[in-house]
Design a protein around this ligand. Structure first.
Ligand code: SF4
Ligand code: SF4
Length: 421
């Protein structure tokens, strides 16, 4: 059984319950089987054949956000996302993978040009109000009855991808501080190209020579749905691309991509595995982290018109990579901004890739908690570092009419660098 691979993890759960106060799904439902402890016990019981793997366990396995907030509080450091991914893999092996997920992971994401053409048609359909077009194309149709919710999430679907707009970036400084290979995640490339442009512009302004890698999806969406065979495919393709670059840094501006690229040692198996993987993965760094490590922060005069800014920590940065300091360092040192902490800044926003579509009601309750905290912070700008969080937070802000602007940290840095000159 596929699940046997995680037996050592689930038996190390001491059932202490320290994961309870940090688990978004538990805080929403109050149910023991919706917290790490309960999920581990369920998986353990299935492996020990005390419970059957049947359709009754589907919700417990599939409603986990894989945010790993539990891991942050867990003494034996059990990575619940790994337990859950294996459980989902086992589940779809037994009961089959929904047809449209198969199509997305085994075809569409492996052919980004086709995906790009589909999204162009969806963009035209959305702009002209022919919302049914999106449904006809079934681009978002894999979420079945939740198609209407999926469509509302995006204000607009960009017509051109980041790759198609790369020539909009102005030349950078002549002095070269280092080479960056930019990994364009799907959420940036297709849904938020403006963010990618801001990131590339900031890197060039700082004197980095930048190449955009011809990469595929990082594989995290397939992982989140338990399609570990597809994950292996994406990891192997991307690893070969990453190995070819001699850049000093492999940079993404998507916290989820950063953390998942760093997990590739679990999915690729080249000869001389250790050295080759280390050479690649040691160069992978999140945009914010790179900036915090390399920026020479200037002293700015105090300014009475400062805007208040706060930061939502994407789960993949905060809990998977334990990376929370860089964003604070960068944002606290930009002119015209007053950084304020966000209560529960590392509590999931409920976006979790496409969780907000697949589990709409739970996701909304989790988002509500996040937005209440944002409102209490009094911030004018809510920054973050993951395109999926941006989509979810911007949608929540639009719905509740909160007087706050949601931005990616690279957009904030770009604006303030220009204003601060
Ligand atoms: S904190 Fe860790 S060890 Fe404790 S109950 Fe939760 S998962 Fe188990
Ligand atoms: S990964 Fe997140 S949702 Fe899943 S059990 Fe852990 S804290 Fe709860």
């Amino acid at each position: 059984m596929e699940l046997d691979n995680v037996y050592d993890k689930v038996i190390s759960c001491s059932k202490c319950g320290f994961c309870q106060p940090t688990c978004p799904t538990y805080l929403v439902s109050g149910l023991e089987h919706e917290v790490a402890r309960g999920r581990h016990q369920l998986v353990r019981s299935i492996i020990e054949e005390k419970l059957p793997m049947n359709k009754d366990v589907k919700n417990t396995i599939f409603q986990c956000l894989m945010c790993n907030a539990c891991y942050t509080n867990c003494f034996p450091k059990i990575k619940t996302d790994q337990v859950i991914a294996r459980a989902r893999y086992e589940y779809i092996k037994r009961f089959g993978q929904p047809q449209l997920q198969r199509y997305i992971f085994k075809y569409l994401l492996r052919h980004p040009d086709t995906l790009g053409r589909f999204l162009k048609m969806a963009s035209v359909g959305k702009r002209s109000g022919i919302s049914g077009l999106v449904q006809v194309l079934r681009i978002l149709g894999w979420f079945g009855k939740n198609i209407a919710n999926a469509e509302k999430l995006l204000d607009k679907i960009p017509f051109k991808s980041l790759r198609e707009r790369a020539d909009e970036i102005s030349p950078g400084q002549k002095t070269v501080r280092g080479k960056v290979a930019y990994f364009a995640g799907c959420g940036i490339n297709f849904a938020n190209p403006d963010i990618g442009l801001a990131t590339l512009q900031v890197l060039k302004q700082r004197g980095f020579q930048v190449e955009i890698l011809p990469n595929y999806c990082c594989g995290l969406p397939a992982y989140a749905y338990g399609d570990l065979d597809s994950v292996k495919w994406f990891a192997e393709q991307n690893f070969a691309i990453l190995e070819q670059t001699d850049a000093d840094f492999i940079v993404t501006d998507c916290g989820s991509c950063t953390s998942f690229l760093k997990e590739y040692h679990r999915f690729v198996n080249p000869p001389d595995k250790g050295d080759r993987i280390e050479r690649v993965l040691n160069r992978v760094i999140d945009f914010t982290h790179l900036l915090a490590d390399t920026e020479e922060f200037a002293e700015y005069k105090t300014n009475d018109d400062k805007q208040k800014i706060t930061f939502h920590d994407p789960c993949h940065l905060a809990h998977h990579l334990n990376e929370k300091q860089s964003s604070r360092k960068v944002l606290s040192n930009l002119p015209g901004l007053d950084f304020v902490e966000l209560n529960e800044s590392d509590f999931c926003c409920g976006g979790a890739g496409s969780y907000n579509i697949a589990h709409y009601d739970i996701s909304r309750k989790i988002l509500e908690r996040k937005l209440n905290n944002v409102e209490s912070s009094g911030a004018d700008i809510l920054a973050t570092a993951c395109p999926a969080c941006i989509i979810q937070l911007a949608w929540g802000v639009r719905n509740t009419r909160l007087p706050v602007v949601v931005k990616h940290i690279s957009q904030v840095v770009l604006e303030k660098s220009i204003q601060g000159k």
